[in-house]
Each structure stands twice: as structure tokens, then as C-alpha cells.
Design a protein around this ligand. Structure first.
Ligand code: NAP
Ligand code: GLV
Length: 311
């Protein structure tokens, strides 16, 4: 590639990426933000939560690569510079780690693990009614790379699985619901709701009072997508009224979650610090190098993002 790749994330992550990229392409001209050198040299940028306005400084920037599956960080105002291609990471390990997390959250709720753990603490020997897997309906919002893998794996376990997406999907063992008109019937048949949508202007705040009201009483919510999908006060109200039975949350509007936030101590919430699926640079570096090669050769890029749809 003629030109340099700008790398921007935490110092630790940049060091790991640098090692993995140079192992594959020792001659790569890498610039670690903020040590960018001449702005004209930069033709590609691999970033995570980079200040969006800074990307307008590089007149020869041609491609922006998200350091993760999500690209919402690239669309924060003022948005990406016009005409720059956007790509993201699609990776076997990223996908399987997300499915592990979703399966864990589903099964922990389904098999009443928290209740049995509490019983153990107080030395109570008490059998609850056994869960009925075949009658438990899981609904996955977002049947993309991550949602489809989780859906398939949950269907294999015997759950009734459905997905909701913009366009119809054909995934074996998974019922497809589509668009705004498909949302109400999708929610009405969902006992465990999993959010794996990208955060866009259409999906921001989609986990709200109205959505929760359309779920059956006692439904459970798992948000592993973005904190911006969830209206936090609406979740607290739905949990406290008893309409929702609980929630597992990995992502939050403000990260790190502030120490005084009510989610921390809520008895019906299980939370983790945005770790459902972390990018593994070793696994993802080859696709970055391949995209840089394609960029130089004028070939179509891998894992492109539609700048209008925002994902
Ligand atoms: P993806 O492949 O782009 O899939 C997105 C899915 O959402 C598609 O099925 C898409 O529908 C659907 N969708 C988008 N907008 C919609 C709308 N308005 N109405 C209905 N459906 C809509 O994304 P992915 O790779 O699966 O990743 C999903 C998200 O997971 C990422 O954007 C990121 O925010 C999050 N994530 C979180 C973590 C974590 O550690 N917590 C890790 C990785 C990713 P169509 O298929 O019809 O286009
Ligand atoms: C993580 O949140 C990602 O989008 O990869």
C-alpha cells in the first residue's frame, strides 16, 4: 500500500494491533495516534472511539476500518468524512464469543441459576418447576452476522427461535419477522428478547416502554448491542412493575457505568462491562491487511458498511 495506516484506540490495544499487523506486513507504514506524522500520508484508518472530527484532517483518507463489529462510533457527529469507504470486522472468534455470551445469559435465566444460587446461600433444598425448553420462545432483534449465529445455536438447543430484521431471512429453524409491521407479532411471541441490532437513527431507544409492553408478562431482556438501544428508566419501570422478570446487560449509554447508577444494585439485573465479545487482533489482522491490499489494487473491499443505513 502506498500511504500510511492510522491506528487509534487505547495504548494497549494499539500495541497489540501494531504487533499483529507488522507480523503480517513488516513494511506497513503505521502511525499510532496522536503521532500521525504528515496528515497527507494517511490513506486508511483503523480506529475505535476516535474523535470523529479529527478524521477530517487527512486529505487522502480513503477507508475507515472499525476495530470492531459495530460502526456507530464512526457515525457520531459530524459523521465520517464524505466519500470515505467504511468497513468493519467480521470474524469467527468475535461471532462465537457473542454466541457464548448470549447462550450463557439465556440458559442462566432459563435454568433459574440465580435462584438456585440464592437457595444454596441459605441452605434451602427446594425444587422449582422445571423449565420447558420447547415452549420457550426466544426473539433476536437483528439477524445479521452475530444474531444469526446465536439464533442457530439456540435453535439447536430446542428453543423456539425467531429473528427480527429489515429484510426477510431464511435461517433453518428460525422464524423471520420483518420491519416495523413485523415488530408487534415478533414481540408478542417472545419470552426472552435478545438485542443484537446495530445502533442507528432507526434503532436508538428501541428497547423502550412501548416495546416492553408488547412482550408477554414475565419476559426477560438481554442487551448485548449498544447502550443507546435501551431507555434505561423504561427498563427500571418494567422491572419494578413486574412486567419484565429480569435483564442481562453488557452495554450502557455511559461506559464505564457510573458508580451511583441504579443498575449496579438492582436485584433483577445482571451486568457485565461490555465484554460480550471483544475483538481479537490476531484473528482480525489478516482481513485488515487484505483490505489494505484491495484498496491499493482498486478491488472491492471486504465487510463494507452502507453509509446511508449506518451499519
Ligand atoms: P450486522 O451483521 O450488520 O447485522 C445487523 C442486523 O440488524 C441485520 O439483520 C439488520 O437487518 C438488522 N437491522 C438493522 N437495522 C434494523 C432495523 N431498523 N430494523 C430491523 N432490523 C434492523 O451486525 P452484527 O455484526 O450482527 O452486529 C450487531 C451489533 O452487535 C453491532 O452493531 C454492535 O453494536 C454489537 N456488538 C456488541 C458487542 C459486545 O461486546 N457487546 C460485540 C460486537 C458487536 P438486515 O439483515 O435486514 O439488514
Ligand atoms: C464491540 O462492541 C464491537 O462492536 O465489536
Amino acid at each position: 500500500m502506498s500511504g500510511a495506516l492510522l491506528l487509534s484506540s487505547s495504548p494497549k490495544s494499539m500495541a497489540t494491533w501494531r504487533r499483529e499487523l507488522l507480523a503480517l506486513a513488516p513494511d506497513l507504514d503505521l502511525r499510532l495516534y496522536p503521532e500521525t506524522g504528515a496528515a497527507e500520508d494517511i490513506v486508511a484508518a483503523l480506529t475505535w472511539n476516535h474523535p470523529p472530527e479529527d478524521l477530517f484532517r487527512y486529505p487522502n483518507l480513503k477507508v475507515l476500518i472499525s476495530m470492531g463489529a459495530g460502526v456507530d462510533h464512526l457515525f457520531r457527529p459530524p459523521g465520517p468524512p464524505p466519500g470515505v469507504a467504511i468497513v468493519r470486522l467480521v470474524d469467527r472468534l468475535l461471532t462465537s464469543a457473542m454466541s457464548e455470551y448470549v447462550l450463557l445469559a439465556v440458559l442462566r435465566h432459563h435454568r433459574q441459576a440465580e435462584i438456585y444460587r440464592a437457595q444454596q446461600r441459605t441452605r434451602i433444598w427446594h425444587e422449582l418447576p422445571p423449565p420447558d425448553t420447547e415452549r420457550t420462545r426466544i426473539g433476536i432483534m437483528g439477524l445479521g452476522v452475530l444474531g444469526t449465529d446465536a439464533a442457530r445455536k439456540l435453535a439447536t438447543l430446542g428453543f423456539q427461535v425467531a429473528g427480527w430484521s429489515r429484510r426477510p431471512k431464511s435461517v433453518e429453524g428460525v422464524e423471520s419477522f420483518v420491519g416495523r409491521e413485523g415488530l408487534t407479532p415478533f414481540l408478542a411471541r417472545t419470552d426472552i428478547l435478545v438485542c443484537l441490532l446495530p445502533l442507528t437513527s432507526e434503532t436508538r431507544g428501541i428497547l423502550n416502554r412501548d416495546t416492553f409492553a408488547r412482550l408477554p408478562k414475565g419476559a426477560y431482556v438481554i442487551n448485548v448491542a449498544r447502550g443507546g438501544h435501551l431507555v434505561e428508566d423504561d427498563l427500571l419501570d418494567a422491572l419494578d412493575s413486574g412486567h419484565l422478570s429480569g435483564a442481562t446487560l453488557d452495554v450502557f449509554e455511559t461506559e464505564p457505568l457510573p458508580g451511583e447508577h441504579p443498575f449496579w444494585g438492582h436485584p433483577k439485573i445482571i451486568l457485565t462491562p461490555h465484554i460480550a465479545s471483544a475483538t481479537v487482533p490476531r484473528s482480525c489482522a489478516p482481513q485488515v491487511i487484505e483490505n489494505l491490499r484491495r484498496l491499493a489494487a482498486g478491488e472491492p473491499l471486504l465487510n463494507t458498511v452502507d453509509p446511508v443505513a449506518g451499519y
